[in-house]
Design a protein around this ligand. Structure first.
Ligand code: GDP
Ligand code: IMO
Ligand code: MG
Length: 444
């Protein structure tokens, strides 16, 4: 049975939620390994539409166990409201949703600090989702954070006092006037949430490794994208966790020797929300067209996403960092109407040609994209499910990406819904779906 990581290859919102949901029939469980409710993963099938933030995108399959791993930062209030929304939509998760005891707790004070910092940065703001992700991960690294299990500790009030005082000091230095609640009030609030979540809390690393021993297959769901990774992304315009495939081990307790493969998800063009360098960005009418055609507005914040052409320097770097076995391409249909489709194949920088992603912001901001133009297919690909029905020009576009990234494109998404997907026969995909590809096709 194969355990597989699904990872975003760009700056997030590649369609990871859709691909995880699609592949679920070949797996027994889905585990999120990092991030928090900054993520917004959309799942659509038939007339149903879900937007998931903390809960793994497998939750809509009634047989699937779902785990929020230790590498996540979990806002208990956000998790409870998400569970409430799912329950109202008819989704039942009793006995199949587990939250790591070791996941860090994200509290409202983290979000207050996130907003105050962004305000203070002015024009240089990161453009965070203002959920408190950075401050929560910092609390973890500074070792004054609280984990889920700590919410039941007898010294909870003392620990909350310490955490709040650290945040208060910084808020004051930033001149922020939003008052924080007193530690005692916080204890009541937090203990109430903790009690409601208690039945789901587990030592999930024990649970996951036990399942692997029993022969269950797990899908490890990444959030954000490789270029938002704290180490490998466009620092400082990144999120605060390890979103690349490496994070799947530390964020779940599943050892590297038990991971059998990695599937990268890439959008047929590029988007990014928030600030930071984006060499192939289009700030003109074409970019606007991509945004409206692709409905590129943030799932979490509703912010318009910045848009641009596909960038191979991004993808080559991402493919290398994640050690991709195969690729799922999404949103190909958004390119249906273009006469020509340029792709950024490298950058020109100080007279040199670069085919990978430079580390410093200045180079990224001055790098000029070198474009190669593909002929558009100029007909609808929406909902196509067979590779043979794809226009030749669309196949050429995909073949080119495949050759450049040196990994097979086994899944092509031709619409937001589960049904709107081409799954290509490939031995690698058979392997990573443990011979259960038939089930995936049956539920598509
Ligand atoms: P994620 O964060 O990586 O899961 O991606 P999001 O859900 O934030 O953003 C992807 C958006 O594109 C969602 O609105 C999806 O419903 C939509 N989507 C996914 N695949 C396709 C596709 O192939 N075609 C189109 N038109 N939309 C898609
Ligand atoms: P999914 O999982 C796209 C971006 C924010 C900001 C930066 C830091 O849906 O792909 P943070 O709140 O994490 O401190 O913000 O990261 N960002 C995302 N962009 N998709 C996401 O998640 C994102 N999560 C964070 O816009 O630029
Ligand atoms: Mg998203």
């Amino acid at each position: 049975m194969a355990n597989v990581v699904i990872v975003g290859m760009q700056w997030g919102d590649e369609g990871k939620g859709k691909i995880v949901d699609l592949l679920c029939p070949a797996f027994d469980g889905v585990v999120r390994y990092q991030g928090g409710h900054n993520a917004g993963h959309t799942v659509k099938f038939k007339d149903r539409h879900f937007s998931l933030q903390l809960i793994p995108s497998g939750i809509l399959h009634p047989e699937m166990v779902c785990v929020l791993g230790n590498g996540m930062v979990v806002a208990p209030d956000a998790l409870l409201s998400e569970l409430g929304r799912l329950y109202e939509a008819g989704v039942r998760f009793d006995g199949r949703l587990f939250v790591s005891n070791r996941a860090h707790v994200l509290l409202p004070c983290h979000a207050v600090l996130d907003r105050a910092r962004e305000e203070a940065r002015g024009a240089g703001r990161i453009g965070t989702t203002s959920r408190g992700i950075g401050p929560a991960y910092e609390g973890k690294a500074s070792r004054y954070g609280l984990r889920m299990v700590d919410l039941f500790a007898p010294d909870l009030e003392d620990r909350l006092r310490l955490l709040l005082s650290r945040i208060q000091v910084e808020l004051e230095s930033l001149g922020a006037d939003e008052p924080l609640q007193q530690p005692a009030a916080y204890v009541d609030l937090v203990s109430g949430w903790a009690e409601r979540l208690r039945p789901s809390l587990r030592d999930t690393e024990q649970l996951l490794n036990g399942w692997i021993k029993e022969g269950k297959a797990l899908l490890l769901e990444g959030a954000q994208g490789s270029l938002l990774d704290i180490d490998h992304g466009t620092y400082p315009f990144v999120t605060s966790s390890s979103s690349t495939a490496g994070g799947a081990c530390t964020g779940t307790g599943v050892p590297p020797t038990k991971i059998d493969g990695v599937i990268g998800v890439l959008k047929a063009y590029t988007t990014r929300v928030g600030g930071g360098p984006f060499p192939s960005e289009l700030t003109d009418a074409t970019g606007e067209f991509l945004r409206s055609r692709g409905n590129e507005f943030g799932t979490v914040t509703g912010r318009p996403r910045r848009t641009g052409w596909l960038d191979l320097a991004v993808l080559r770097t991402s493919a290398m960092l994640n050690g991709l076995d195969e690729i799922a391409i999404t949103k190909l249909d958004v390119l249906d109407d273009f006469d020509e489709i340029p792709v950024c194949v490298s950058y020109k920088l100080n007279g040199e040609t670069l085919s990978t992603f430079p580390p410093d912001r200045r180079s990224l901001e001055t790098a000029e994209p070198v474009l190669r133009t593909f002929k558009g297919w100029k007909r609808s690909t929406v909902g196509i499910v067979e590779w043979a029905d794809m226009p030749q020009e669309a196949r050429d576009y995909i073949d080119f990406i495949e050759a450049e990234i040196e990994a097979p494109v086994t899944i092509v998404s031709t619409g937001p819904r589960r049904e709107e997907t081409i799954v290509r026969s490939h031995p690698q995909l058979d392997l990573l779906t443990s011979g259960r590809l038939g089930r995936v096709l049956a539920e598509r």
